[in-house]
Design a protein around this ligand. Sequence first.
Ligand code: DGT
Ligand code: CA
Ligand code: CA
Ligand code: ZN
Length: 590
Amino acid sequence: MDNKAIAGILYETAALLEIDGQDSFRIRSYRNAADSIEALPQQISDLINEPKKVLEIQGIGKGMLANLQEIFKEGRLSVHSDLLKKYRPSMLELLKIQGLGPKTIALIWSAYQVSDVEGVERLAREGKIRVLPRMGEKQEQKLLKGEKQEQKLLKAIEDYRRIAGRFLLDTAETQAEKIIEHLRGYPGVEKVTPAGSLRRGRETVGDLDILVTGKACCDDKAREKLIDHIITLPGLMEIIARGENKVSFRLRGGMQVDVRFLAPESFGAAMQYFTGSKAHNVALRQRALKMGYTLSEYSLARVENEKAVAGKTEKEIYAKLKLDYIPPELRENLGEIDAAEEHALPALISQSDLQGDVHMHTVETDGRNSIEEMAEAARDHGYKYMAITDHSKNLAFANGLDDKRAVEHIKRIRAANDKLDKIKIFAGVEVDILADGTLDLSDSVLEQMDVVIASVHSHFNQSPAEMTDRLLKAVENPNTSIIGHPTGRLLLRRDAYQFDMDAVLKAAAKHRVAMELNAYPDRLDLNDRHLRLAKQYGVKIVINTDSHHTSHLEKIRFGVLQARRAWLTKEDVLNTLPTQKFAKAMKHGW
Ligand code: DGT
Ligand code: CA
Ligand code: CA
Ligand code: ZN
């Protein structure tokens, strides 16, 4: 179990203890321990056999040590599982609803013994929440007072449903890798591959679809043994269905996984089918029928005699359908089938095309590493250039730079650049676009920068008209090179702010200001649809990680995936350019 999973159990325990009305000291001890473990640089699993070292961790005393030992020994924590039994696991779902905290949940429980989302929704509709006795805390009074608060709760439940059960791409990928690792080298298992939305690189993933093939899949006894092995997977919470060719289960954290077992001769057909998307599959099946074939998860077969003509690989299926191979990222039925027929699919950008990453923070503001550390990491990554782009002063909680500190920072960046070989360090800034559209540093400072990323970090609730004007003003500023994370959304957490995207893209094309594709898995912004629109307007893209730590640099691949989903080629993306040309594009437009 990794630190994140352990912290998760402790956080849940804290919330459940609070619902249970336990004393606040005890509750806090679980939260503190969870905070420390989550931030720990090394894995607690590596330390657990050295109790002295565990006790040195802040917030972990003898009692918590015993809890951790129990988790590693038993795979669970009895306080946690007992409370879950008492209140039912659905209680954890309730905690995810905005504005619904443990105190209110406890109140609802004690009045109605309801602990699930549907139940709370019903109570709110029936006006039964507003009559609950009010608690001491202001927040709770607000929630419980009157009809308006019930409406707010219903809205929060609606929001929760929209995002519930979906996961960020990197979370899904990590879980898939664990499953693949668990099956690697198992006798009779040849290939284990993710399919579904993860393989297509969708920005969020609903459930994991994992395909397994090899000898162990073709024989009843071997398959049963294989399933017995699969369900020993650490972090598996419950088995949802166990069948002959498939096992479905839920992982801690709620993600559902479908693992399917396939004969090698159908592996390609199954990959094609279970990669989807559904819309792509429907269109492809219609094409097959027109050509006298049926396409299923087992094969592509002739209608008249049901004889398979393809199935072992995806490539042969597409080829038999007289189509160029369609990369998974494009399979959304958005024109890719016609393009494949006409040999007109774009040569999609790949990660190796990128020559640099130009959005990074350091300890000078809210990053964790120094200029040199970031630059060395970028060089190790194989980049020819990178930029340090710390925040500006409007972002006070990030200790943003004012004019004076910005100038000193430029000096430090230049000095680091002189010291380091084989990588060009550009001096840059991520400057706030203030509410009125002006930039947060003076022109004379911005002029000295190689890369100016202008971003919105405040006043998200402006009217669409105001926000559009604000962004247009930033685009028109001659110092702006890139608009950072242009819609400001945080996946599964915060919606994009509203503005006229067409107007902003038009202006960006005119002023030759690039749009960022922020590769950080919480953002992935611009999204695939907006990227395609940007390309139509002739706007160039820069793919950046927005790294706050050297370990974030590798997240660039999530950005590349989104770029591919948007049909982008190397030519659409500025940081595929060599160093000098890129520098020129940042200062004077491409
Ligand atoms: P997700 O899990 O919501 O992120 O999205 P997907 O695309 O992974 O969808 P999922 O897990 O329901 O199904 C995996 C793939 O299986 C899907 O992309 C296409 C295929 N599939 C599932 N149900 C159907 C169906 O009813 N018809 C067709 N043609 N394909 C289906
Ligand atoms: Ca799926
Ligand atoms: Ca599925
Ligand atoms: Zn930012």
